[in-house]
Write a protein that binds this ligand. Structure first.
Ligand code: GUN
Ligand code: ZN
Length: 436
């Protein structure tokens, strides 16, 4: 079997890094090697030891002095919103009605879906992201387009057709039964095909009738191992409207709880304005709160309290994400730069190791896929990003004064973007340099 041997500086995480110099939380090799075979990592560690395991005909690729990390994971993103990014001047509900819903109607056309899905996956790869949890549009064919492209890219991606049957234009509404039927048939066709994973995706409580929420709950019961993804507590007007639509509910989280949607592998985008009761309910269920800093700032939604959720008596499982097109960048580096600022506005700091833990192993653990991606462990999939902290003149100048790995990571996060991503490997194959 053909092998690929990479040489560079390797960094991967073992657990949450408590502080800036928590060296037991990560593994760093100044002269590191990674050996791939059949899309998996078969050896990792000091280059000399890894090279000794390589076949004589292994393809050898030099990445020194760059850093090799597990590929980044984006835990919440909308692929049909590539042409929604940079839409001016509205908060969530107006932004959805004015820009997002009209744009998503175009995904009735399968060819449009296929084109945007391809461009979307190329774009995330260019930014160093090798796994996304993606929302498609309401149209079954948009999910088919996404999965077909994702399969062709051989990426491990999680995605689902959004279920939405009210409070949206006619052209974007399904029905409880059609959303159930379409979801079932997409699961049958795509879940577990190659590296594809299906997520049951009721868009949010506002765009689903109680009957459709029942159907989402039925799907969740029938497929206990699948991901679920939706939005929760992003914006004050959204919270109030939800309360009007579900007057019996104790709070917004209670709506999802009532329909059986709170559990492990359930990913709740935003979670900005949660009460203690809601945070307790999420924590107890093992559900995940997904922090989308660029989106939360752009739409003026509010400040996600990362450390409160992490340090409370019943901690939340946390993930981080771009939320393109409410989010304003495809880069997880840019995302964590904004995360740092959101956290700073609340009087706290996020150390650079914790930041890079979050977008690799942390997101993988929260998405329950750490057995497969998010580390450089032997036996996991060979999804790797190669980073250059001196990618631009300004970065090179700042790099002259950098003395520690923590400082280098912080520079990458603060000034880095797609230009810092030298190469990306998806299932062991070069992916970024193969793009046009
Ligand atoms: N809530 C429901 N749909 C959406 C969406 O597309 N983006 C964001 N940011 N919030 C949502
Ligand atoms: Zn979203």
């Amino acid at each position: 079997m053909s092998q690929t041997l990479l040489r560079g500086r390797t960094l991967s995480f073992l657990r949450w890094p408590e502080e800036k110099e928590d060296q037991a939380a990560y593994r760093y090799e100044e002269d590191g090697g990674l050996l791939f075979e059949d899309g998996r990592i078969v050896a990792a560690g000091h280059y000399g030891e890894v090279a000794a395991r390589a076949a004589p005909d292994a393809k050898r690729i030099e990445h020194r002095p760059h850093l090799m990390l597990p590929g980044f994971i984006d835990a919440h993103v909308h692929f049909p919103q590539m042409q929604v990014i940079a839409s001016y001047g509205a908060e969530l509900l107006e932004w959805l009605n004015t820009y997002t819903f009209p744009e998503e109607t175009k995904f009735r056309d399968a060819q449009h879906g296929r084109r945007i899905a391809r461009l979307f996956l190329d774009e995330v790869v260019r930014h160093g992201t090798t796994t996304v949890a993606a929302y498609c549009s309401v149209h079954k064919q948009s999910a088919e387009a996404f999965f077909a492209e994702s399969h062709a890219h051989n990426m491990l991606n999680i995605a689902g057709k959004v279920m939405m049957d009210r409070n949206a234009p006619e052209a974007l509404r399904d029905t409880p039964q059609s959303s159930y039927d379409d979801t079932r048939s997409l699961i049958a066709e795509w879940h577990g095909k190659g590296r594809q994973l299906y997520a049951i995706t009721p868009r949010f409580a506002i765009t689903s009738s109680p009957d459709q929420m029942e159907m989402a709950g039925a799907l969740a019961r029938e497929f206990p191992d699948l991901h679920i993804q939706t939005h929760l507590s992003e914006n004050h007007a959204e919270i109030e409207f939800t309360q009007e639509l579900y007057p019996w509910s104790r709070d917004y989280t209670d709506v999802y709880e009532h329909y059986g949607l709170l559990r492990e592998r359930a990913l709740f985008g935003h979670c900005i304005h949660l009460s203690e009761r809601e945070a307790d309910a999420l924590s107890t269920s093992g559900a995940v709160a997904v922090f989308c800093p660029t989106s939360n700032l752009f739409l003026g939604s509010g400040l996600f309290d990362y450390h409160r959720y992490r340090l409370r008596e019943k901690p939340l499982r946390l993930a981080s994400a771009t939320d393109v097109g409410g989010g304003t960048n495809y880069s997880m580096l840019r995302t964590m730069d904004e995360a740092y600022k959101v956290i700073a506005l609340q009087g706290e700091k996020l150390n650079p190791f914790a930041s890079f833990w979050q977008i690799t192993r942390g997101n993988a653990e929260s998405l329950s896929i750490a057995e497969r991606v998010g580390t450089l462990d032997v036996g996991t999939d060979a999804d790797v990003v190669v980073l250059d902290a001196g990618a631009t003149p300004a970065m090179r100048l700042r790099l002259e004064t950098v003395k520690t790995l923590a400082e280098e990571l912080f520079l990458l996060q603060t000034l880095g973007d797609d230009r810092s991503v030298v190469e990306v490997y998806v299932a062991g194959e070069r992916a970024k340099s193969m793009l046009a």
